[in-house]
Design a protein around this ligand. Structure first.
Ligand code: LMR
Length: 424
């Protein structure tokens, strides 16, 4: 670099650089703000570091089996064995990911022979988890739908706001959870959505709302669709827990409803929880468009976004998902495992409710039975959450959300006793 170019010049030992003449030397990164950590992932890390043997992890949205382990599903093990057997070169996947996986994802989401898929108006790409899909979609919105603002539910997954804001979009909240009734503030939600400018992005949880576990009923989804259409709003569905609500097919209800209504929308879906392949980062982003020509344009610009970010997704994740979904034997095994995981969570909900209802008869804990998916929103205050962690080794996020899938027959009673103690 030539003198006077305006760039930083390297200073003395320790990597110090000189600023403008007369200013004190400083290091390149000394001005950075420390990262406060992610509220969910940091808590999970704190749990791992806790030496207490009877600690309980209800912090992160991960399914643990009754022995407290992350299961390796038989279908995944067998898919991986096949992949090892056929082991060959590992080229880059295309930017949009594996064709076999993308096709399998479309079948899973929309159902066999769906008009939207058959007519080619769905642009699907394999992404780095559904988080990667959410972010690629956010970058695409920022570039191609200028001025569009994003509306997320109050409350929502902590990272939704950060992710869309990180893409440079303005993020607002619409009313959703009703703490008084434990239901949805449907009228207030509809009123807010009815006042949004056309083209606003409305982030909706397709099933198993994170963090509350409170979903829209089918009738409520049906009532929402005309509003979304008349106002020209663009739904963005997050489908991270397919199969944990009512079933794999049943949990696709909302997205199939939107597709049948002819809406243009985004859906980011994940296999992390449903196939128990968290670290594989297996997900997809689909955009349902007006017609094939539009879908091709959208896919092209999504590919441009991916190329600028991480270039292409993982071949291993694609291999697992495509095989499990396409092979009838592996598929049947997967569906049975998802059903078993779902019913174990429901059993834990009943067990937790049973102990708490007996210990604190004056208090209504029925929400544990009606909320769906991995999460329950307990209404515990941050101070009660802190007590649970400090005194009892029970970890949950400070919003009061618990991951019910962290309960098992060995810890549910003492967890319930701990909750009963802090609500006393
Ligand atoms: C959660 O909400 O706990 C999960 O989706 C994991 C995560 O990345 O936050």
């Amino acid at each position: 670099m030539s003198a006077g170019s305006g760039g930083l010049s390297r200073g003395g030992p320790g990597g110090q650089v000189g600023g403008a003449a007369g200013t004190a030397p400083r290091t390149v990164f000394g001005h950075l703000e420390p990262y406060a950590g992610d509220p969910i992932l940091s808590l999970n890390a704190a749990f791992q570091a806790d030496p207490r043997p009877d600690k309980v992890n209800l912090s992160i949205g991960i399914y643990f089996d009754d022995a407290g382990r992350i299961p390796v599903l038989d279908c995944v093990r067998r898919a991986e064995a096949q992949m090892l057997e056929e082991s060959g070169p590992k080229p880059y996947l295309p930017i949009e990911g594996s064709a076999a996986m993308r096709k399998a994802v479309q079948g899973l989401l929309f159902g066999a022979g769906h008009e939207a898929v058959a007519s080619g108006r769905v642009a699907t790409l394999q992404t780095v988890g559904s988080s990667g899909g959410l972010r690629v979609g956010a970058d695409f919105i920022r570039r191609w739908l200028p001025g569009a603002q994003v509306w997320i539910s109050d409350p929502s997954w902590d990272n939704h706001r950060a992710m869309f804001e990180g893409a440079g979009l303005a993020v607002h909240a619409y009313p959703y959870y009703d703490a008084a009734t434990g239901g949805v503030r449907l009228d207030a939600m509809r009123d807010t959505l009815a006042g949004l400018p056309a083209g606003s992005i409305v982030l909706l949880h397709a099933c198993c709302h994170n963090p509350t576990g409170v979903d829209l009923s089918r009738a409520q989804w049906e009532a929402l669709v005309p509003l979304l259409r008349e106002r020209g709003l663009i739904p963005y569905l997050d489908l991270a827990y397919q199969g944990y609500g009512d079933g794999i097919e049943e949990d696709a209800f909302a997205l199939r409803l939107l597709a049948a209504a002819g809406l243009t929308f985004f859906v980011a879906n994940s296999f992390s929880k449903s196939m128990s392949v968290y670290g594989e980062r297996a997900g997809a982003l689909s955009v349902v468009c007006a017609d094939r020509a539009e879908a091709e344009l959208v896919l092209g610009q999504l590919k441009a976004t991916v190329r600028r970010n991480y270039s292409s997704p993982s071949i291993h994740a694609a291999g697992i998902v495509a095989r499990v979904l396409a092979d009838p034997v592996l598929r049947a095994s997967w569906e049975a495992d998802v059903a078993a995981m779902r019913s174990r969570i429901q059993a834990m909900r009943r067990a937790l409710h049973g102990v708490l209802a007996a210990k604190r008869p004056g208090r209504d804990f029925r929400y544990f039975l009606t909320q769906r998916g991995m999460f329950s929103y307990t209404g515990l205050a941050a101070a009660q959450v802190d007590r649970l962690r400090e005194e009892f080794g029970v970890y949950l996020v400070r919003s009061g959300r618990i991951c019910v899938a962290g309960l098992n027959s060995g810890n549910v009673e003492r967890t319930a006793a701990a909750i009963a103690a802090v609500v006393a």
